[in-house]
Design a protein around this ligand. Structure first.
Ligand code: PLP
Length: 397
């Protein structure tokens, strides 16, 4: 690691990068190899080795228990789980899905695959998530479904959204990809709305390399999702093969064994950031809600007006140091060029935060000393912001 003491030490100005190896903002958690191999032996020993088998079944049972939901249906990815859930739940004859714009960059694509039209709503400034008020402003006679997405830190207003959906007799689907371990008042995430969707991608809390799953308390819906997952054979609907395979299920089961320990490790990283960034003028760490159970997985910070550089300038400087800091959901979806129909309008809260939030390194490969180095660099940038900007302008001229 190379400390910075002069502007020319910054990698954007030709200095040596702070880190030898890139520091990711993805979880990339690695459970014990032996645990993964142990679960893998089960499917290797089983008769049929294609598609889903005993390990997938065991995973579905454990995930339903984790979320205190009656049913869990696994998928090859969170993306296809979302597509099938929306297609299955949407009110027939209607065309629009009300959803946030400050969210996962492929979320509108998910809706487009169902043939429905994304109708973007704003987010609540406190939760940075869709709320009953922001969703209600976009409901109309064409609304087929409300797609509520939990933000990266904390959760959206589950009960407010459930009340709104009930009041308008609309299906409510939660994207809970970022909230696997979380609780809200009233219980574990995974048992709210009509269904909740999760991902097992390597960047998520539970790493199955790839994969996804849906939890629900509705037996008929679970059955429809199971049929849909490998559907098209006995129905006139377009077919799909979106099954999870045994290898990915074995990895996810090993991750489940390590889940509590992982959360404790994540917590240590979060606490380190919290203490090191507590007095950094212009930078606000988004705090996890101490009243709720949470995974402490992802570190998000807001750069306020007191920060001397823009978020994008800051990300550029960090990236040059091999810190893979990223803008948090920018551009927001309603400002992203799309080759399919979508309903957009100005969304002031979304547009404001899409320019201020960034993800900082976290996950399996980030050590305490890395966090100290990142915090030290941020402090250097804060103290020398005006000079850095001047130097950038001179270099560009
Ligand atoms: C909020 C959210 N929803 C859905 C997905 C899609 O999940 P997958 O990568 O398993 O397709 C992602 C992936 O990053 C996501 O962040």
């Amino acid at each position: 690691m190379t400390e910075k003491s002069a502007l020319s030490d910054l990698a954007v100005f030709g200095g040596a990068p702070l880190f030898d190896a890139p520091k990711s903002t993805s979880n990339l958690v690695r459970p014990e190899l032996d645990a993964f191999l142990g679960y893998s032996r089960q499917f290797f020993a089983a008769a049929g080795q294609g598609g889903s088998g005993p390990v997938v079944e065991a995973l579905e049972t454990r995930l339903a228990a984790l979320h205190e939901a009656r049913h869990c249906v696994s998928f090859c990815s969170g993306f296809w789980a979302l597509v099938l859930a929306i297609a299955t739940l949407a009110r027939p004859g209607r065309t629009q899905v009300v959803m946030p714009s400050l969210t996962y960059r492929r979320m509108a694509d998910v809706v487009a695959w169902t043939g429905l039209v994304p109708h973007f709503c704003d987010v609540d400034p406190a939760s940075l998530a869709i709320s009953a008020t922001s969703a209600a402003a976009k409901l109309n006679e064409q609304t087929a479904l409300i797609l509520a997405v939990h933000p990266i830190v904390n959760c959206c207003d589950v009960h407010g959204l459930e009340a709104l959906a009930r009041q308008h007799d609309l299906p409510l689907l939660f994207d809970s990809v970022e909230s696997v371990y979380e609780t809200v008042a009233g219980g574990k995430i995974g048992r709210f709305g009509d269904a909740e969707v999760f991902s097992l991608h390597a960047s998520k809390l539970l790493n199955g390399f790839e994969g996804g799953y849906i939890t629900t308390n509705n037996a008929a819906l679970a059955e429809a999702l199971r049929r849909g997952r490998e559907g098209g054979l006995a129905t006139p609907q377009p077919g799909l093969n979106a099954r999870l395979n045994e290898v990915h299920a074995a990895m996810a089961l090993a991750g489940l064994d390590d889940l509590q320990a992982q959360v404790l490790r994540n917590r240590e990283r979060y606490l380190a950031y919290r203490s090191l960034l507590a007095d950094m003028h212009g930078l606000r760490l988004l705090d996890f809600d101490p009243q709720q159970q949470t995974s402490f997985k992802t570190i998000v910070a807001e750069l306020t007006e007191a920060w001397p550089l823009t978020r994008d300038e800051t990300v550029r400087i960090l990236n040059a140091e091999r810190i893979l800091a990223r803008a948090y959901y920018a551009p927001p979806l309603h400002l992203k060029p799309m080759a399919y129909p979508a309903i957009s309008s100005p969304l002031p809260v979304t547009e404001f935060y899409a320019q201020r939030l960034l993800l900082l390194p976290c996950g399996h490969f980030i050590e305490q000393q890395d966090i100290a180095a990142v915090a030290g660099l941020l402090d250097f940038i804060r103290r020398h912001g005006a000079a850095i900007r001047r130097r950038c302008e001179e270099t560009a001229a």
